[in-house]
Write a protein that binds this ligand. Structure first.
Ligand code: FES
Length: 166
């Protein structure tokens, strides 16, 4: 008998999981990033096409190896940032994403956090070889820290698993 409790996803999450918008990669993206989560072993990649003169996101796509919530979060996030400046996109929090989805089950908050974490990484990546704007903090945001912590933990566990196999 399984102890798993079925999750109650909202209509919007299920709709975007079944028919995600912006799924795929942008070959000539000028910013991209990936983020991985230990909690589930899932990964997400975000691709952005940015108009250099206006700093507006003209196209955004994603690839997700995550769960339904992660796919829906990345899908809605890429919709939310299209047409927005990088500064406005930077301000989008995982709570905004969750609200836009009509809410996420609490055990699935991190799926939204991971999507926002990878978007913020992509925005940082864009400024790697450009003058950094004032609004871009040096300190990592909550969403970026979350992605980093899980990746570090994943590395440690992978090492332990390798040692156990020797
Ligand atoms: Fe890992 Fe959702 S459970 S991204």
């Amino acid at each position: 008998m399984s102890s798993r409790v079925p999750l109650t996803y909202g209509k919007k999450v299920l709709e975007l999981f079944r028919n995600p918008k912006n799924l795929g990669r942008i070959e000539d993206a000028n910013a991209e990033a990936i983020a991985g989560s230990l909690a589930c072993g899932d990964m997400i990649a975000i691709y952005l096409k940015i108009d250099e003169s206006t700093e507006k996101i003209v196209d955004a796509k994603f690839e997700s190896y995550g769960c339904a919530a992660n796919i829906a979060a990345a899908s809605i996030l890429t919709e939310m940032v299209k047409g927005k400046t990088l500064q406005d996109s930077w301000k989008i929090s995982w709570k905004d994403v969750s609200n836009e989805l009509g809410g996420l089950p609490s055990v699935k908050y991190h799926c939204g956090v991971l999507a926002v974490g990878s978007l913020r990484r992509a925005i940082r990546a864009y400024y790697t070889n450009r003058a950094k704007p004032d609004w871009l903090s040096d300190e990592l945001t909550q969403e970026e820290k979350h992605a980093l912590e899980e990746e570090k933990l994943m590395e440690v566990l992978a090492k332990k698993a390798k040692r156990a196999m020797l």
